[in-house]
Structures are given as structure tokens and as C-alpha cells.
Design a protein around this ligand. Structure first.
Ligand code: DGY
Length: 503
């Protein structure tokens, strides 16, 4: 299904300097209403009052990026189907059309690898070659792996955090409020997607955790979804980078300033790692594991997997899967939670990634450190410790913040840059994950404050990819699909009874 009325991309942003601690709130506007009205900082937005218009605008963004059975992550910057973007997109679509939401996930899973891996990108064969780098040509050799799905479309051989089972369950929950027919379609969808979800999680618990630690190993920063987070600085720094040759940076055409994207030095390392992965017997997992210089236990991915396994348990009951599956999945959850507990850093009050090559934890302060909150089922002591960090000047109570929303990297961390992608900007999808986790943890008041503040940011600034935490300026792409999608999920509570995972 293609939504009617798609047209044009959103405006690009300018980039008036990037000083740490900048205080100018810049040009604040109301997203809602037509034409877009400029509003000043003194005008307050009540996102709940504006909910219907905000919801319409979010739906418009998803229509704009709709490619039929899947959704572009953004109009120009990301012209392909990204794995975790699609999962969040399905969560938003569930409130518009549960069947279209189901199709989003099914299109992605149609290109699952034989190992169970879900690729981080399924490349759109119709996207012009100069629209994105590295594109399908760069990854085409992955298709010759005996584990790869038939191509075209080509897929990358990396993966991203496994939000998909959470999304599938969200679709089911939304269908329950949509009527009999939707319920029966959603049940059939769960039956179809369940084997793919199970084999995806099995892949992560085996190929990506041969140690049985409960923690997922990534072999490329792109696999974390948080590409240039300072989490990866030390292991990237340690690489002996070989020749990667000249390459284009098409991404820089679509943002207000290069400072919003990873640097060329970072890209040299990203591309070098891709070369090594391709040389490893055409992306053979065991060979990568043996030879690769970048091998990290990623706590954010691991925690999302625990939460996704919780959703998968529920799905397995809904589809009448054998009891053995539930035993298996609950073993994975227990292993994951134990693994995360072992990564706790008492001094920082955060959970830390572990560098398997350097054999040490990565001591940086980023939102990934809240991983145990996402995994859930915490002791009161651990929950309180995480909430203290969350509410501290290291994160939401930093005095310079435009809105009390967690920056992707703590402003107190030396790696912090307020405008650079995952080095400091606030990300609506991260706010969604933390909100959802707070609700599940019973922290309903704190969750509600976070939801309202995150919606206010979007009502004032638009459906940006990420935002400068100090000025609130929209950065990266405008009309970012997953941002619109999480807004729809936040707004659904305004019109629907509390449902599903968040209840
Ligand atoms: C990008 O191009 O920025 C993506 O995050 C890589 O997957």
C-alpha cells in the first residue's frame, strides 16, 4: 500500500557554530499548523493540546517516506531500508494501519540471512548510486556468501539492535483496539514472523555470543546503530588502518554542516572494517570472530535483545509455539541480564561496553549505560542507582540543556560534542526506549514527564533525526521516519486506552 499525498523533503538546517554550552535557542517554530508558524521561545507548547495536529504531521512524514511495502529512513539522507529504523517505524505505523506495519517488518525479514541475521540495510535497487555511500555495489560481494539471501536487493552483512519483536508485539496490541478483522490479521502476521524472530534472536545468542556471556558482540560501529559514539573511540583508535582509497561523502550533502556527521577519519576506519569483514571468507561469522580487530560486547544491543526476548515470549504464547521455545527464550533473558549485571560500573552509575580485543571495559558516559533499565526486571537498588545517574547533571539535569532530555553522550564526558550525531545530540528514539523502559519499571511519573518533554521538543522543532541538547536545534535529517513513528506511539495514549507492553 502506498499512502497518498507524498511530496518533497523537509528543509535543511543551518549550523550556526557548535560551541559546547551554547545557549541560543535559535529559531523555534511550531511544527503543527499550516503554514508553519514561527513561535518564539517564550511561547509554551502543550504537546497534548497539539496532539491531533502533531499526529497528523507525523503521519504525513511516514507517508512521505513510504515506498510501498517499506519505508525510507529519511527522504534523502537514508534512501534504503534500515533494520532498527524499520522496527521503530512499524511501532508508529501500528497506530495508522496495523497491516502496513506488519508488512514493514515482513519486507525486512524477507531478506534475512540463513544464519538468522537481519541485515542492517536492505538496499533499494531503485535508489540512484550517488544517493548513499557505501551502497549496494560496495556490499555486493556479501551476496556471494552461502548464508546470504538471494540478491538483488543486496544487503549489508552487518546487523543492528533487535527492536523487531518489540515492534511485532506492539502491532498486535494496536490491532486489539482496531477491530476483529485486524486482530485476526495480526494473529496471522505473528504466526508468520515468529520463526524469523526466533532465528534472529538465536543468531545473536550464538554466532554473536560464542562465549555464552549473554552479551552481543558487534564487529562494526554501524552494527551498534550509534555510529560515532565515543563508546567506539578507543577501539577505533587502536586500529592499524590500511588503504581505503578515495570515497564519496554523499551524506554531507544532506546536512547543514559536516560537523553533524562522523568525520573522515572515522569513515576511514568504518570502511577499513568493512573491507576486513568482506575479506573474512565473504563475511563468514566464525572467521570474523577469529580475525577481526574490532570486537565489542555492546550493552545497548544486549539489553534491547533481553527486552525483545520478553516480547518474543509473549508472541510465542500467542502463536502457540512449543513450550521448549519459551524455556529457551527465558534462558536467553536470564543470561542477558546476568551479562549486563557483570558490566555495571559503580563509580559511574552506568553499565559499560566491553572491548574483547583490549580485554577491558570502555569507560565513557553515554545513554547506552542505561542498558539495564531497558533490559528490565531490576533490583530496587540497581534501578535507584540508574535513576540517580539519569537525573544527575551528567544527563537530564545538566544546567545547559534546552529540554531535560538525556543527551546521547554526557556533557561531562570528554568525548561530548553537542552537534555531532551520537556524540551528544538528543535522539527521539532513545527517548522512546527510555520512556518505554521507565513505564515497564513502574516509574510512571518520570516516564510521563519524559514523554511530554520529548513531544514538546518535536512540536517546537519538528521530526528531526537528532537535536542539539543545548540549543534544541534540529540536526541531521528533517522528516526522519523513526522520529515521526515514536511520536505516533507517544500520542496513541491520548486517544487509545493504555495498551500492551506499556501498560
Ligand atoms: C549512516 O550512514 O549514518 C548509517 O548509520 C550507517 O548505517
Amino acid at each position: 500500500m502506498k499512502y497518498p499525498g507524498s511530496s518533497g523533503g523537509g528543509p535543511k538546517t543551518d549550523d550556526p557554530g557548535s560551541g559546547k554550552g551554547g545557549r541560543s535557542h535559535g529559531d523555534e517554530r511550531s511544527l503543527v499548523g499550516s503554514p508553519r508558524a514561527n513561535k518564539t521561545t517564550s511561547q509554551r507548547h502543550d504537546p497534548i493540546e497539539e496532539a491531533p495536529a502533531l499526529g497528523r504531521e507525523a503521519a504525513r512524514v511516514l507517508r512521505l517516506n513510504d515506498m510501498g511495502g517499506w519505508t525510507k529512513a529519511a527522504p534523502e539522507l537514508y534512501p534504503h531500508q534500515w533494520s532498527w529504523d524499520s522496527a521503530f517505524i512499524a511501532i508508529g505505523l501500528a497506530h495508522l494501519d496495523t497491516r502496513r506495519a506488519a508488512r514493514e517488518l515482513e519486507t525486512l525479514f524477507a531478506h534475512q540471512w540463513r544464519t538468522g541475521k537481519v541485515s542492517h540495510i536492505v538496499f533499494n535497487p531503485d535508489a540512484p548510486p550517488e544517493s548513499y555511500f557505501p551502497g549496494p555495489d560496495h556490499w555486493s560481494c556479501a551476496a556471494s556468501s552461502p548464508d546470504a539471501p538471494p540478491a538483488p536487493p543486496y544487503t549489508s552483512c552487518l546487523s543492528q539492535p533487535p527492536v523487531h519483536a518489540i515492534a511485532a508485539l506492539r502491532i498486535w496490541e494496536a490491532a486489539r483496539f482496531a477491530g476483529e478483522e485486524e486482530v485476526s490479521c495480526a494473529r496471522a502476521f505473528l504466526g508468520r514472523i515468529y520463526p524469523g524472530l526466533l532465528s534472529w534472536h538465536r543468531y545473536l545468542m550464538t554466532y554473536r555470543d560464542p562465549e555464552g556471556s549473554g552479551l552481543v558482540t558487534i564487529y562494526h560501529p554501524w552494527g551498534s546503530g550509534t555510529d560515532n559514539s565515543p563508546r567506539w573511540d578507543a577501539p577505533l583508535e587502536a586500529l592499524a588502518v590500511g588503504e581505503v582509497g578515495p570515497y564519496p561523502r554523499y551524506d554531507l550533502r544532506h546536512v547543514g554542516s559536516p560537523s553533524q556527521r562522523p568525520t573522515n577519519a572515522e569513515y576511514d576506519r568504518y570502511l577499513w572494517l568493512v573491507d576486513l569483514i568482506k575479506r573474512a571468507h565473504r563475511c563468514d561469522e566464525a572467521t570474523i570472530y577469529e580475525s577481526h580487530p574490532f570486537l565489542i560486547k555492546d550493552v545497548l544491543t544486549s539489553a534491547i535483545l533481553v527486552a525483545a526476548n520478553e516480547a518474543l515470549t509473549e508472541i510465542s504464547s500467542l502463536v502457540g509455539a512449543p513450550e521448549d521455545d519459551r524455556v529457551l527464550i527465558s534462558g536467553w533473558m536470564a543470561r542477558g541480564r546476568r551479562g549486563l549485571e557483570g558490566c555495571w560500573d559503580r563509580e559511574l552509575g552506568l553499565c559499560l561496553d566491553y572491548d574483547l580485543r583490549a580485554e577491558e571495559p570502555i569507560r565513557v558516559r553515554t545513554v547506552a549505560g542505561f542498558a539495564p533499565l531497558i533490559a528490565g526486571s531490576l533490583s530496587r537498588t540497581r534501578l535507584d542507582a540508574l535513576l540517580r545517574t539519569f537525573d544527575s547533571p551528567d544527563f537530564c539535569e545538566h544546567r545547559g540543556l534546552r529540554w531535560p532530555l538525556p543527551p546521547s553522550t554526557s556533557p561531562e564526558d570528554p568525548g561530548f560534542r553537542p552537534r555531532s550525531y551520537w556524540r551528544g545530540p538528543t535522539w527521539p528514539v532513545v527517548n522512546w526506549l527510555l520512556w518505554w523502559s521507565l513505564v515497564r519499571a513502574g516509574e510512571v511519573g518520570r516516564a510521563e514527564r519524559l514523554r511530554r518533554t520529548a513531544l514538546e521538543q518535536l512540536a517546537v522543532r519538528g521530526f528531526g533525526e537528532y537535536f542539539d541538547p543545548f540549543t534544541g536545534q534540529l540536526l541531521g535529517s528533517d522528516a526522519q521516519s523513526w522520529t515521526a513513528a515514536v511520536a505516533l506511539d507517544w500520542l496513541a495514549g491520548e486517544t487509545l486506552p493504555k495498551a500492551g507492553l506499556a501498560s
